[in-house]
Design a protein around this ligand. Structure first.
Ligand code: BG6
Ligand code: MG
Length: 219
């Protein structure tokens, strides 16, 4: 049985993915009068603020000097944080509160493994800060997802080996990061996440017993 659960935040615990991409869309419209296609959203999921901006500027084939790049990232974050004002526990994704409770009842420790520097603020607004035994700080890891660093830091924060943990993700880069860390990847989402060891269509479908059984079958 696993002893720890390493959670992504945006799109797994909180319904915030839409706020991230809306903030990018508004910013890009304002400064470059360009529209971002829906398909670009997956490429900005799970990756850091700066890597998201790189993905977007590459798509637009625009290059900007370092100071302008930093200002764009900062302005996106200001808009994103302003949008988070509306956040309440209602923004916890379906099934997550029950899933967290079941994990706790089974003695599983919880850690946050999010690329977001706004993780602690969001957990606070959702009323979930107390549920987490550790929060890995993305500012303190060398490499963002798809590198394993944030999941390794989250497992370490719980005092556990990654092999004794599951990781829960909704992004392609995030599932790759869990696999590279040695934790057992559980995905919520579509076929693009088929590199996960176990996949559920949505957070509402997360099933503790199924995960426990599948984890128990690893050799
Ligand atoms: C991830 C999101 O959780 O956090 C990404 O999926 C985002 O879209 C990243 O870029 C960084 O978030 P923040 O809040 O630090 O800008
Ligand atoms: Mg996510």
């Amino acid at each position: 049985m696993f002893k720890g659960a390493l959670f992504d935040l945006d799109g797994v615990i909180a319904d915030t993915a839409v706020f991230h991409f809306a903030a990018w869309r508004n910013l890009i419209k304002k400064y470059f009068n360009a529209d971002l296609p829906d398909e670009l959203e997956e490429k900005t999921k799970g990756v850091s603020r700066e890597d998201s901006l790189r993905v977007i500027l590459d798509y637009l084939q625009i290059s900007v000097p370092a100071d302008a790049f930093a200002r764009l990232a900062e302005e996106k974050n200001e808009a994103y944080v302003a949008a988070l004002e509306v956040l309440t526990p209602d923004y916890i994704l379906p099934g997550i509160a029950d899933f967290i409770q079941t994990l706790q009842e089974n003695g599983v420790k919880l850690a946050l493994a999010s690329a977001s520097k706004n993780g602690p603020l969001i957990l606070e607004k959702l009323g979930l800060s107390e549920a987490f035994d550790a929060i890995a700080d993305p500012a303190n890891v060398a490499n963002g997802k798809p590198a394993p660093d944030i999941f390794l830091a989250a497992a370490q924060g719980l005092g556990l080996a990654p092999a004794d943990c599951i990781g829960v993700e909704d992004a392609v880069a995030g599932v790759t990061a869990i696999n590279a860390s040695g934790a057992y990847s559980v995905a919520v989402g579509g076929d693009e996440l088929n590199h996960a060891k176990l996949r559920f269509k949505s957070t509402a479908d997360l099933d503790f017993t199924k995960i426990k059984t599948a984890f128990g079958k690893i050799d």
